[in-house]
Design a protein around this ligand. Structure first.
Ligand SMILES: *Cc1c(COP(=O)(O)O)cnc(C)c1O
Length: 416
């Protein structure tokens, strides 16, 4: 059973100040989860989480996570700028970009961020644009498919990211010759995994690679970045990941592979986005229409502009009808937004309690890759973002877009 962290009464109160639709984040749960992650990796002296800014690019969220010891993982100029504004700079930034414009490397370098190179050719590119820093990381792509026991988890061979093993080793040697002193290794092989085996399996691959690198080239890694990919159970039938078990699995691989090779000082880094925020955000929307044609439709005041994952990936997001949590789910609905796009549906053939106009719906697990993926199709505007604070009060942390924002880039629009 998925339970919303807001009630009907709370939402009726919130809408007096902030109309629907809005995204709302649960500060207390975000902090508790961040502390659990830290505890799970406390066995590793240098452990650090670099929150993937793209998941929830809001300064208030970055500040909360920073207070819990997290840095930022940035991959664009705007993300670097946001991190800097919040005061997260230097080695608290991991710059894990790809297809990177020169100006972005220059800016990352200026902030003292740790640069994570996506390609072998970027060694020369970096030399030419801003020189090789003392600390540098490289991204690995083993190709082929990535499996855990007999299950294929993802397809790195089709992914645009990272270097082959040969390129990787060559890159480290050249970086060392160019003056680099501290080296890191990064890899992201499967997304939204709901198994405690993903990180330990990935860790073992990277740890063995680190040992081989040391033997072949003499380059000793200082950190290994397991990146993102720990998922969350979007559907109510799935079990959430056990972060303590995940941390322990990585520790075992560490003891087994790195420690005997004299690499027991390696720091473990993570770059989680979804795991840090997704369950702690809701999209709250109001039912404004019901339509009975060949199917039963409920039209809400949010649309794919506010949450793209269902339209883009056919992703499941659980829905709670506030105030009807204990009523039987004996009505079958398509829950739709207003875009002139038939994939603008938050749910298809979903069994829900009877929905009446004016009901508030919570769309679950929208805290990461939710608001962030928003766009402006059909001239629809992005919603506000609210924070449910630890003391139970609600604070707006981003206002809703207005038509003035939407038209702001047009030359002379208002003069016509
Ligand atoms: C998207 C991304 C992440 C975060 O991924 P999640 O699945 O949200 O944990 C981390 N690192 C990089 C380089 C990414 O592109």
């Amino acid at each position: 059973m998925k339970k919303a962290f807001v009630t009907k009464e709370m939402v009726e109160d919130i809408v007096k100040s902030y109309p629907t639709p809005f995204h709302i984040y649960d500060e207390k749960a975000i902090r508790e989860n961040a502390r659990k992650l830290k505890a799970a990796f406390s066995w590793n002296k240098g452990y650090k989480e670099y929150f993937a800014v793209k998941a929830t690019p809001n300064p208030t969220i970055l500040r909360i996570l920073n207070e819990e010891g997290c840095g930022t993982d940035c991959s664009s100029y705007a993300e670097l700028l946001m991190s800097e504004k919040v005061g997260i700079v230097g080695d608290e930034i991991m710059f894990s970009s790809n297809d990177t414009p020169a100006e972005e490397f220059v800016y990352a370098r200026k902030l003292g961020a740790t640069i994570n190179l996506d390609d072998y050719t970027h060694v020369q590119f970096l030399k030419d644009t801003c020189g090789i820093p003392e600390t540098i990381s490289c991204r690995y792509n083993p190709g082929g498919t990535f499996s855990i026991s007999t299950t294929i988890m993802d397809n790195p061979g089709d992914a645009k990211y990272g270097m082959t093993k040969e390129q990787l080793f060559k890159a480290y040697v050249e970086l060392k010759e160019a003056g680099a002193k501290r080296f890191g290794l990064h890899s992201f092989l499967a997304s939204n995994t709901v198994t405690n085996e993903y990180y330990p399996t990935l860790a073992k691959i990277l740890f063995e690679l680190a040992v081989e690198l040391k033997e072949q080239t003499g380059v000793s890694l200082s950190f290994i970045n397991l990146s993102g990919g720990i998922g969350i159970p979007y559907t109510p039938d799935k079990e959430p990941n056990d972060i303590m078990a995940i941390g322990e699995g990585v520790r075992q691989a560490f003891e087994e592979v790195l420690v005997p090779a004299g690499l027991g000082d390696v720091s473990i880094y993570t770059e989680l986005g979804r795991f840090m925020l997704a369950p702690y955000g809701h999209l709250v929307t109001k039912a404004i229409h019901e339509k009975h044609t060949h199917k039963e439709y409920v039209g809400v005041d949010a649309c794919a502009v506010n949450l793209m994952r269902p339209a883009m990936y056919g992703a499941y997001h659980h829905i709670t009808v506030l105030g009807k949590e204990n009523e039987p789910c004996d009505y079958k609905y398509d829950v739709t937004g207003s875009l002139c796009e038939n994939n603008d549906k938050f749910a298809i053939d979903r069994m829900l309690p009877k929905i009446d106009k004016g009901d508030y719906l919570v769309i679950h697990d929208t805290g990461a890759h939710g608001f962030a993926m928003g766009y402006n199709y059909n001239g629809k505007l992005k919603s506000s973002e609210l924070l449910l604070k630890e003391d139970g009060t609600v604070k707006m942390i981003r206002r809703a877009e207005t038509v003035e924002d939407y038209f702001a880039t047009l030359e002379g629009f208002w003069e016509v």
